[in-house]
Design a protein around this ligand. Structure first.
Ligand SMILES: Nc1ncnc2c1ncn2[C@@H]1O[C@H](COP(=O)(O)OP(=O)(O)OP(=O)(O)O)[C@@H](O)[C@H]1O
Length: 488
């Protein structure tokens, strides 16, 4: 592994906040997870096999599946036993590549990883008959480890994708397209009027090559819409590459987006193309564009204006042809007014805009979403829907999905019970039963109280609080600022 990767992963590790205590907790849980590994592995593959197109890729039958399963077991062992060090990274990248090369591309890897995360959480929750409070730090450590892991697999994917791109035959490209088109994991659920107008915009705006700005609160499905736009575009058979500006520190983000030349900075011992180059001919989805720093905004503007970019440390300019889809949960017009976002860039990306309504403005979609997120065979009653429809959902659809996951994990049978929803949701339903008639004006105070209570329940730990609320850490900071809450 090149030293620059090691340095980069150290930086990612620091960023995610992985520490010795987390390692210790995972180590304690390792036996349990490994004992349930078969279940997790089977689950991973049943997720993959759900996709018709994947069946066409795994052509070696059961034998190939067995080989892949043993790679996955190795992955799990690494995930829960290995220290997070250089050897882990090398081994992990190899495991990642093996999955990626057979065509389980990013889309599947992500869907299957999400599934694995759910299964591991459930496994720990079900086996350790513990108070959720006691279990929380271990689950958090596990989630951190999976976060680190998915950043690494993303890297492996990119490296592999680039290598494949150079030698890819036409058939393979068509297969890749088929994979992306037939991907049901990106299904957008909702039949409210607001969502119907979103679908209409996707149909109309998708086939143009114009930049699109998707605006909406965190967890409203902006990434889903970006994927639908790409599928509806003329470049649907070309790559869709996603980057989240809030997930990486500025320096990493610059080299991630624009690439770097050998020697550009300490540790850059090899040249690396950026995501713009990887997405050439296709779409680049820039999530949380409002987080982009000034210097990077200028560089992005240049690419939008004439398609020219320069890798970090290079004097050579090169041309790319990439359609930009950007998303933000901020009010960019306000950011422009306050001088935090370049006006010229704003006008460039704001040619077409899609607004995603928050969940509290489309309660009618809740029953469909519950059906979508509940596993096969689960049931629920009207009371559960009433409670869900009476809650404010600051974390939107993502928070709803997490709440339902929790209810499934804690349930003794296959019935979703109100009592197994997160306490803040149950409490808010009890409060609204006592004081009915709260209008929009009350929503902020309900949300504020909800954030305060969750913060207290998570011992003022912001990572845990953000996870419990189903929002990113940055969103949590914005909520704290908005509601004037002192996190201490
Ligand atoms: N309408 C929907 N139908 C089905 N699933 C949805 C819908 N909206 C959101 N989701 C699910 O909710 C989760 C969050 O969605 P997504 O990542 O697209 O939101 P986002 O707006 O991009 O969030 P953020 O701003 O925090 O990045 C995902 O698991 C996604 O699949």
């Amino acid at each position: 592994m090149p030293p620059d990767s090691v340095a980069k992963h150290q930086e990612i590790q620091d960023y995610v906040g992985w520490n010795a205590e987390d390692a210790r907790r995972i180590h304690i849980a390792a036996d349990l997870i490994l004992a349930g590994a078969e279940q997790v592995v089977d689950d991973f593959y049943s997720e993959i096999k759900r996709h018709d197109a994947a069946r066409g890729v795994i052509t070696g039958g059961e034998e190939q599946i067995d080989r892949l399963k043993s790679t996955l077991r190795q992955w799990l062992r690494l995930l829960v036993t290995g220290p997070y060090d250089r050897d882990y990274l090398v081994a992990r990248l190899n495991v990642g590549r093996r999955h990626v090369t057979i065509g389980l591309d990013q889309v599947y890897a992500n869907a299957a990883l999400a599934r694995m995360r759910w299964r591991l959480t459930r496994l720990l929750g079900a086996t350790w008959n513990l108070d959720p409070k006691e279990l929380a730090p271990t689950l958090e450590a596990l989630h951190k480890r999976l976060d680190l892991d998915s950043i690494i697999i993303q890297d492996a994917y990119q490296a592999e994708y680039l290598a494949q791109q150079q030698s890819l035959s036409k058939e393979n490209l068509q297969l890749r397209t088929a994979l992306d088109r037939s991907q049901p994991a990106w299904e957008i659920v909702g039949e409210s009027t607001a969502m119907k107008s979103v679908y209409r915009l996707i149909e109309r705006a998708g086939p143009t090559d114009k930049p699109i700005l998707i605006q909406g609160e965190s967890g409203t499905g902006k990434e889903l819409v970006a994927r639908a736009l790409h599928r509806a575009s003329l470049a649907a058979d070309k790559p869709l590459v996603a980057v989240n500006c809030a997930a990486l520190p500025e320096t990493l983000l610059e080299s991630e987006l624009f690439g770097h030349e050998k020697g550009a900075f300490t540790g850059a011992v090899v040249s690396k193309p950026g995501l713009f180059e990887v997405a050439d001919g296709g779409t680049l989805f820039i999530d949380e564009i409002g987080e982009l720093e000034g210097g990077l905004q200028a560089k992005l503007l240049r690419v939008l204006e004439d398609g020219m970019l320069r890798r970090v440390g290079s004097i050579r300019e090169q041309q790319v042809n990439v359609r930009i889809i950007a998303a933000t949960n901020r009010d960019l017009a306000k950011e422009v007014e306050q001088g935090r976002f370049r006006e010229d860039l704003y006008y460039r990306i704001n040619v077409l805009r899609i607004h995603l309504p928050p969940l509290r403005e489309r309660f009618g979609d809740i029953p469909l979403l519950v059906e979508h997120f509940a596993e096969d065979g689960w049931t629920w009653d009207q009371r559960l829907l009433q409670v869900l429809e009476g809650y404010g959902w600051p974390g939107n659809v993502r928070q709803l999905a997490n709440a339902l996951d929790r209810a499934m994990i804690l349930s003794d049978d296959d019935c979703l019970q109100v009592e197994n929803l997160p306490p803040e949701i149950v409490r808010s339903s009890q409060q609204s039963a006592v004081s009915p008639g709260g209008g929009d004006g009350d929503l902020d105070s309900v949300n504020r109280r909800h954030v305060c209570e969750t913060l207290a329940r998570c011992d003022n730990n912001k990572t845990r609080t953000a996870r419990a609320l189903g929002v990113s850490r940055r969103t949590l900071y914005r909520l704290l600022e908005k509601y004037g809450i002192d996190p201490q």
